[in-house]
Write a protein that binds this ligand. Structure first.
Ligand code: AMP
Length: 445
């Protein structure tokens, strides 16, 4: 008897979603896609795709019904905020992606900090939430610590400014706070929180409402230029190690971060918004241990491209475990390999990107170099691949150790060509990692 392949819908058309579709295809699912751009990597792997805005809940649900979808994975945050996971669940479809209510962990920074405080989750920071400029300004003036200024709603990861970095002094902080209210940046108000110092890492986990199963740790690089300089971006690249930790993160640090994640999931359950999906914890390792920078309600981009290629177990089964509340750690295995992901982006990305220019990719040569290739915000038109103003192609070197993974990534990058492209070549290299380890040693004292 032939067993029918599972029908899976993946929502989104970026590098993260290409990695999700790839993992689904390896698990022998029949994959369908909705995305706003025609990602050529996704288009090739799926049975059918539908080019629409991923937040158009009615149309996405109709496409899912028309194709008898049994399982859906939601890649980006905007459809979660639009209520897509709830609407798909109402149709009896298993969904990896929290309800709109639970996704407030990402979409409402005020909700997230308050929940952590009320439930005494370890790793939280001192903070205040404000819906008007005078009270925010008073808090900022009175605070005897430096601040991180965060618009409450979604800003595409670009609204956060830090005292001593993007904000030179208190005056600039007060001016930015005022601008957030005057221009309604993020829409809902502002969170002012304690600025902390350390090295950041990402802990992603599969969550079935109760159980929290970790994926390998990853370190992303948000700054546009080499040496961690320049403006913040969506992420220029990332690496992970074969032991699933990071060079500056001990087993004990990891255990503490996991405790923060478990307690957060427990808090959400107690508040009657059980979390079912991928929970992304952005942590900063400080002199006092890991502290929570923020949570996201989905895989990271680029971090998904580091971990999903290492998944040795059946992704479809894991996803059903998440949706049915029956996840088992025995079903989740990641290969003990190192990965280095570098994003090819349009020149000027982060400042004034040059868009709509052709790039040429020799996919066979990339694979021969020991790397995986994930298309991101590109469009395929008349057989040509055109860049947009966002990240274009993620190249992931994979090998038993970091040095070889980095070398594989670099060899593969030579097979992505274009007139106006840029890559942060320092990511995953010994020099930058040693600097981070040294910095952490100094901070820990
Ligand atoms: P977010 O959008 O919350 O991830 O913030 C963007 C970046 O700002 C983070 O990756 C950190 O580098 C930095 N950041 C956010 N919150 C803090 C904080 N409380 N202290 C220091 N840096 C922070």
């Amino acid at each position: 008897m032939k067993i029918m392949a599972e029908k899976v819908l993946v929502v989104g058309g970026g590098g993260r979603e290409h990695a999700i579709v790839d993992a689904m295809a390896r698990s022998e699912a029949d994959v369908y896609s909705v995305m706003k751009n025609r990602n050529p990597g996704i288009a090739r792997l799926v049975k059918a795709h539908f080019l629409i805005k991923e937040t158009d809940v009615v149309k996405v649900v109709q496409f899912a019904k028309d194709n008898q979808i049994e399982l859906a994975v939601i890649g980006p945050e905007a459809p979660l905020e639009a209520g897509l996971s709830d609407a798909l669940r109402n149709e009896g479809i298993d969904v990896v992606g929290p309800s709109k209510k639970a996704a407030r962990m990402e979409t409402d920074k005020g909700f997230a900090r308050s929940l952590l405080a009320e439930h005494k989750v370890p790793g939280n920071l001192r903070f205040g939430i404000f819906s008007d400029n005078p009270s925010a300004a008073k808090f900022a003036k009175d605070a005897d610590f430096q601040l991180a200024v965060k618009p409450i709603g979604l800003t595409g990861g670009k609204g956060v400014k830090i005292e001593g970095e993007q904000l030179r002094d208190k005056e600039e902080t007060l001016a930015y706070v005022k601008e957030i209210f005057d221009r309604s940046i993020g829409g809902v108000g502002v969170v002012l929180e304690e600025k902390i110092v350390g090295e950041e890492f990402t802990l992603q986990a599969f969550v079935d409402g109760e159980r929290v199963i970790a994926m390998p740790l990853v370190q992303d690089h948000k700054r546009a230029f080499e040496g961690d300089l320049g403006p913040n971006t969506g992420g220029m690249g990332s690496y992970s190690l074969q032991d699933h930790l990071l060079p500056f993160v001990t087993k004990d640090d990891f255990a503490q971060a996991m405790e923060s994640m478990r307690r957060t999931v427990e808090a959400l359950r107690k508040e009657d918004c059980a979390y079912q999906g991928v929970l992304y914890g952005q942590f900063m390792l400080t002199a006092n241990g890991p502290r929570i920078i923020e949570f996201n309600a989905r895989f990271g981009d680029p971090e998904a491209m580091n971990v999903l290629p290492l998944l040795d177990s059946n992704f479809v089964e894991i996803c059903h475990g998440i949706a049915d509340g029956e996840l088992s750690s025995s079903k989740v295995r990641f290969a003990k390999l190192a990965t280095v992901c570098k994003y090819v982006v349009p020149a000027g990305y982060g400042l004034e990107p040059k868009a709509n220019l052709p790039i040429e990719v020799d996919e066979k040569a990339v694979a021969n170099a020991g790397a995986k290739l994930f298309y991101a915000a590109v469009n395929e038109e008349n057989g040509r691949i055109l860049t947009s103003s966002s990240r274009a192609v993620g190249i992931v070197g994979i090998a038993p150790d970091l040095e070889v993974a980095e070398a594989n990534c670099e060899r593969a990058l030579k097979h992505v060509r274009g007139e106006a492209i840029y890559v942060r070549h320092d990511i995953g290299r010994k020099e930058i990692i040693e600097r981070k380890v040294e910095r952490m040693r100094t901070i820990k004292g």
